[in-house]
Ligand binder design. Structure first.
Ligand code: IDP
Length: 156
C-alpha cells in the first residue's frame, strides 16, 4: 500500500521583509524583531535604507498603473525602512500569516494579534511587507541583495 501524503517542503525558505517608514518612525522595529525571533525565523541579512523614488517604483512595478501608486511611492520614500531577509521552513507563508491582511484597519478586527493590527493604520500605511510567493521572494531578495554581494548586517 502506498499512501501519498501532501507534504510541504522541509527545506528552509527565505522571505523578504520590509518594516515600512511608519513602522520605523513608530519605533516598532524592536517588537517586530522579537516576534520574528520568537517565531523561529533567523535573520539572514538586514539593511536600513531611505528608499529613493526610482527604487520604490521598480520594487512595486506591478502596481504602477494603479490609482494609489503615486501615494504608495510617497509613503515608501517618506522615511527610512528596515529591510530583512528571514529564513525558516515555510518562511513565506508563515510571515504572511504573522503580518495579517493588507488592510491594517480590517486586520485590527479580523486578525487582532497580527503585526499589521499592532502597528499599521489602514490599507496603505500597513507597517510591514512580506513576499507573497517563492517567485517574488527570490526577486525581492536579489533586488536588495544582488547575487554575489555579501549579505549586509548593520546596527539598528
Ligand atoms: P501586500 O503588501 O499585502 O502584498 P499588495 O496588494 O501587494 O499588498 O500592495 C502593496 C502595498 O501597496 C500594500 O502593502 C499597501 O501599502 C499598498 N496598497 C495596496 N492596495 C492599496 C490601495 O488600494 N490603496 C492604497 N494603498 C494600497
Amino acid at each position: 500500500l502506498v499512501v501519498s501524503v501532501p507534504c510541504r517542503s522541509l527545506e528552509n525558505e527565505r522571505t523578504l521583509v520590509i518594516v515600512k517608514p511608519d513602522g520605523v518612525s513608530g519605533n516598532y522595529t524592536t517588537s517586530i524583531r522579537n516576534i520574528i525571533l520568537q517565531s523561529g525565523f533567523t535573520i539572514q541579512a538586514q539593511l536600513t535604507l531611505h528608499l529613493a523614488q526610482h527604487t520604490v517604483t521598480t520594487f512595486y512595478a506591478e502596481h504602477s498603473t494603479k490609482a494609489f501608486f503615486p501615494s504608495l511611492v510617497k509613503y515608501m520614500t517618506s522615511g527610512p525602512v528596515l529591510i530583512m531577509v528571514l529564513e525558516k521552513v515555510n518562511a513565506i507563508a508563515d510571515w504572511r500569516t504573522l503580518i495579517g491582511p493588507t488592510d491594517a484597519r480590517k486586520a485590527k478586527i479580523t486578525h487582532p494579534h497580527s503585526i499589521r493590527a499592532m502597528c499599521g493604520e489602514d490599507l496603505q500605511r500597513n507597517c510591514v511587507h512580506g513576499s507573497d510567493s517563492l517567485h517574488s521572494a527570490a526577486r525581492e531578495i536579489s533586488f536588495f541583495f544582488p547575487e554575489g554581494t555579501t549579505l549586509k548586517h548593520d546596527e539598528l
